[in-house]
Design a binder for this molecule. Structure first.
Ligand code: ASP
Ligand code: MG
Length: 401
């Protein structure tokens, strides 16, 4: 078998953990498997590097930032390779240049375009464990790029897809994917499996276990994926294409507190207004999520939307420059709480049940959006955990079947 194993920062956070990971990889290697390892930077080292940069320049050039951040991963792969060597196993550490991991040019938010597999394959043929830097790539200018925070998962899945690996294991510091964040919902339960689509929604909604683009890629290329803990040997959660029978109505509750609501009041009610507004925001790379437009009255209408906390002030500034309206209001103290389940498509009343849970808990809903397998509500941030628990209880997610 060809196995790609990805380990996050906590899993390689110190000497003992590095050896623990080395041993787990060697175990698979000794069984005769080809093993490719993808690593994140040790512990919170990426944050340390960001702080270092900000001390020098609060607004560091993005290219130079990527130049700096890529050192974190280079450090961990080199140390891992040394650990394996000390255990008598041939290993080689490779960075994005040595692999040739081609990405788009966008520093700090690059996307993988193509991975050359020659070098990896040559090293595997020489019976080495190949250890590759996560999170980084190179662009057409031969510069380092990074894939965005948490991007090592995406590196691992992309490599698994490029090599047609039999399995891509994502090792983290939790036992797998839960029905909700166990730190916020004490009754949360580990799921044995989720579909790609469910995982994609959960990852996007801030469940925090996987980088959402890694799931997109896994779905696209049918990569067999498992999320499991590096600290114990429990089975983890399998992410795969769902079979019809097993689709759960609701498989999890997720919350994202990094949301802000922008309300633009008294826009002119005529064609092209929404286009003009959202086009201006898109040009500045501001990601918009929920959108609500009021019914027109006396030639005026209101449009509200959500974006990340960080983008809210810029969004306001752009709208003030480009649009005509009566008033604009920003609220950063909001959060999005969502339920996700592949079985929702074929079951009525799921949204109503969620709203009932919130009503019982006396929590006001400010905006609602849905997809085929998700219902999201925007609420006041201070109610986030209470809402999650109320919904989790209502759907009885804490007990298996
Ligand atoms: N080290 C990077 C980060 O902290 C990438 C990753 O961990 O996946 O965001
Ligand atoms: Mg991560």
């Amino acid at each position: 078998m060809l196995i790609v194993k990805k380990f996050g920062g906590t899993s390689v956070g110190n000497r003992d953990r590095i050896f623990n990971v080395a041993e787990r990889c060697i175990e698979d290697y000794k069984k005769g498997n080809d093993v490719v390892v993808v690593l994140s930077a040790m512990g919170k080292y990426t944050d340390v590097l960001i702080d270092m940069a900000k001390e020098i320049n609060p607004n560091p050039p993005k290219r130079e930032m990527d130049m700096l951040l890529t050192t974190g991963e280079q450090q961990s792969v080199a140390l891992m390779s040394m650990a394996m060597a000390s255990l008598g196993v041939p290993a080689v550490a490779l960075n994005a240049f040595q692999v040739a991991m081609h990405t788009t040019s966008a520093y700090s938010t690059a996307r993988i375009k193509r991975i050359d597999t020659d070098r990896i394959q040559t090293e595997l043929e020489q019976k080495k464990i190949v250890i590759i830097t996560g999170f980084q790539g190179i662009n057409k200018y031969d510069d380092y790029t990074t894939l965005g925070r948490g991007g090592s998962d995406t590196t691992a899945v992309a490599i698994a897809a490029a090599l047609h690996a039999d399995l891509c294991e994502i090792y983290t510091d939790v036992d797998g994917v839960y029905t909700a964040d166990p730190r916020k919902v004490p009754t949360a339960r580990k799921l044995d499996q989720v579909t790609y689509d469910e995982m994609l929604e959960l990852a996007t909604l801030g469940a925090g276990v996987l980088h959402n683009r890694s799931v997109e890629l896994a779905k696209k290329y049918g990569v067999r994926m498992v999320v499991r803990s590096s600290l114990n040997t429990s089975q983890g959660t399998i992410v795969r294409e769902g079979s019809k029978m097993e689709k759960m109505i609701v498989s999890g509750v997720a919350a994202d507190t990094d949301a802000a609501r922008v309300a633009v009041i008294g826009l002119t009610d005529e064609p092209g207004v929404a286009f003009k507004l959202f086009n201006a925001l898109a040009k500045q790379n501001i990601n918009i999520d929920m959108i609500l437009q009021s019914i027109g009255r006396h030639g005026k209408k209101d449009i509200s939307f959500t974006c990340s906390d960080e983008d809210a002030d810029l969004a306001k500034q752009i709208i003030e420059e480009r649009m005509e309206f009566e008033d604009i209001d920003i609220d950063k103290h909001v959060s999005k709480v969502s339920i996700v389940g592949a079985g929702m498509q074929s079951n009525a009343g799921v949204a109503a049940k969620m709203f009932e849970a919130l009503f019982d808990a006396n929590i006001n809903i400010r905006m609602i959006s849905t997809s085929e397998i998700r219902v999201t509500v925007l609420i006041n941030e201070k109610n986030t955990e209470r809402a999650m628990n109320a919904i989790h209880d209502k759907f009885n997610l804490g007990s298996a079947e």
